[in-house]
Write a protein that binds this ligand. Sequence first.
Ligand SMILES: [Mn+2]
Length: 287
Amino acid sequence: MKFGTFFAYWVTEWKGDYLYYADKVKNLGFDILEVSAGQLLTMSDAELAALRDRARTLGLTITSNLGPPKDKDVSSADPAVREAGIAYLTDIMKAMDKVDSRALVGVIHSYWPCDFSDLDKPALWARGVESMKLLSETADSLGIDLCLEVVNRFESNILNTSGEAVQYCRDIDHKRARILLDTFHMNIEEDDFGDAIRHAGSYLGQLHVGEGNRRVPGKGHLPWQEIGKALKDINFNGNVVMEPFIRMGGQVGSDIKVWRDLTGGASEETLDLEIKESLEFLRRTFA
Ligand SMILES: [Mn+2]
C-alpha cells in the first residue's frame, strides 16, 4: 500500500506549484502526490518533464485527479459534447504520460460538480459505459488505470455506491476500468464501510480517505480499523490518498462547499504537522 495526499489540502484554487508540493509531501513522509489533472494541460513539455524528473528523484508516485467540466461530459446526450470529452480525457492521459502518472481518478465517466439537469440515468449510464470502453483502450496503450470515483448523491447521479460501480465496471469490461471509493462519500451512501470495500474487491484501484467533514483521517468518527481490516481482506495493494478539504475560499472552497474555516486558523506549518500525524496514524492503523 502506498500513501499520498491531494495537493489541494494547502490551496484554494485547483492549481499549484507541483515541484514545491512534491518536495513538501516527500518531506512529510508520503509516497504519492495527487495533482489536478486539468492543470497538466496548461503546463509546457519542459514543465511536465521537470515534474516527472523531480518525482523520480524523490521516489514519489504522481496520481491525477479530475472533475471534468460539463462541456466535456463523456455521458452527455449531445454527441459533440461526448466527443469533446473523449478528446479532453485523451489529451489529459497524454500529458499524464509525460509526468509518468499512471492513475487518472475522479468522476471521469461524467462531469463534476453535477447540476442534475439530465436525470435519465439508464441513458447516461449506457453512453458513459460506451465512452469508457474507448477510453480504456487509450488508457491501456499508455499504461494508465482509470479509477472511476463513487461520490454521494449531492454530487452525481451515476455512481453513488460500490455496488453500482462494480456493475458499471462489469459493463465496461476492461482491465483498465477500476473503482475509486472515498470514505467521505461512503459515509453518506454505504450501509457498511467494510462490506462496500470487500464488494469492490479487485476492482478497487484507489481509496480516497478523509473524515465525514473532510478533515484528515484520525480527527473524526470514521471507523478506520474496520476500513483497514477490509483493505486487508481484499489484499489491497493500491493507493490510499488523502483528500482533505478544510480551507474556505476560492474555487476549491466553492466547489467543495467549505463555508467555515475547518483549519481553526492554522498556519501552513500546523497544517503540515496535522497531515503528518494523520499519515502516521493511517500507516499504523492499516498496517
Ligand atoms: Mn474523492
